[in-house]
Design a protein around this ligand. Structure first.
Ligand SMILES: *Cc1c(COP(=O)(O)O)cnc(C)c1O
Length: 346
């Protein structure tokens, strides 16, 4: 017997759609390490076109895409600038130290967004003691800050700072289509303020596996070699790319629905005593709740909610995260709010 849960832990739990499963079954494939998989080639061409860049590379995961990008932009011993709570720092197993051999210069953002003047102040000048600042990493939308979007004026100013100092920008755009939806802009308009971008097919876009990195032809050629080094040369990867093509064709224009559901959820939850939500950060498909007003840890809260058929992410802190996605409907949101209400009453 399968029990059906309302799974709000992450948009990574999204299963592929029927259309994706059919595309996977019917995909034409070849050896991608030889450059001979027509479906991977098509996905990479589409991705480059959508992002307004010269070339793209299909990678196994967002983490692999970020790590390859950092390796491609830097040399061991360089320094890179990142926001202190970004995914690369928090959730990528220390890869930038181990794989790229770079040092991190962390900046505290406001809701995950770094002030361009703080970035400029962190860039190293010439001194015998100093490493070279070789990269600025941005995260859009910002995961731990609750899916917040970098405002266009801040993005432009950051880009100007980067150009002035001749330092490239890598954007961790795992959810860049959520950012584009929020800003009501074609994704190209965001991508043009970064030299390389990683984005995920496997989150809100529902593909089972995979991410892409985009950038200049030269950047992608060098990145391809690092992908091989990390074991990401995937042979008949067209079966995965086939779902990715559907993700790009069909799934990017419906994200607004997830954002509306997240807002509805946040409004409902914020009325419950003991739960605090900073509504300014509820911009896309993530809702971060501070439950320190309840006498429960986040993992106890998550366990109790699980008994009521709702799955959420909670750790040792008092922060619980809810994420909306394709498989979550309005009814599920109402059910989740009711479940939290009854849990808090008990
Ligand atoms: C999910 C995510 C990634 C990549 O995650 P994978 O699980 O490795 O695909 C990278 N950056 C951000 C901001 C993310 O949310």
């Amino acid at each position: 017997m399968t029990v059906k849960y309302i799974d709000l832990r992450s948009d990574t739990v999204t299963l592929p759609t029927k259309e994706m499963r059919e595309a996977i079954y019917n995909a034409q494939v070849g050896d991608d390490v030889y450059g001979e998989d027509p479906t991977v080639n098509r996905l990479e061409e589409m991705a480059a076109e959508i992002m307004g860049k010269e070339a793209a590379l299909f990678v196994t995961s967002g983490t692999q895409g970020n790590q390859i990008s950092v390796m491609t932009h830097t040399q061991p011993g360089d320094e890179i600038i990142l926001e202190e709570k970004c995914h690369i720092i928090t959730y990528e197993v220390g890869g930038i130290g181990r794989l790229a051999g770079v040092q991190a210069k962390l900046i505290r953002g406001k809701n995950g967004i770094m002030d361009p003047s703080d970035i400029e102040a962190a860039i190293r000048g010439e001194d015998i003691h100093f490493p070279k600042t070789k990269l600025i990493c941005l995260e859009n939308t910002h995961n731990r800050a609750g899916g917040t979007v970098i405002p266009m004026d801040i993005l432009k100013r950051t880009y100007e700072v980067a150009k002035k100092h001749k330092i490239p920008i890598h954007m961790d755009g795992a959810r860049i289509f959520n950012a584009a939806t929020y800003l009501n802009q074609p994704v190209k308009e965001i991508a043009k303020y970064a030299d390389s971008i990683m984005f995920c097919l496997s989150k809100g876009l529902c593909a089972p596996v995979g991410s892409l990195i985009v950038g200049s032809k030269d950047f992608i050629a060098r990145a391809r070699k690092f992908r091989k080094m990390l074991g990401g040369g995937m042979r008949q990867a067209g079966f995965l790319a086939a779902a990715g093509i559907i993700a790009l064709e069909k799934m990017t224009s419906r994200l607004r629905e997830d954002h509306e559901n997240a807002r509805l959820l946040a409004e409902g939850l914020s009325e419950i005593p003991g739960i605090a939500i900073d509504m300014d950060t509820v911009q896309t498909n993530i809702v971060i709740c501070d439950i320190s007003g309840l006498k429960l840890t986040a993992s106890e809260f998550a366990a109790k909610l699980y008994e009521k058929g709702i799955r959420v992410n909670g750790g040792n802190s008092s922060v619980v995260r809810f994420v909306t996605h394709y498989w979550i409907k309005r009814d599920d949101i109402e059910a989740a709010i009711e479940a939290v209400k009854s849990l808090c009453k008990a």
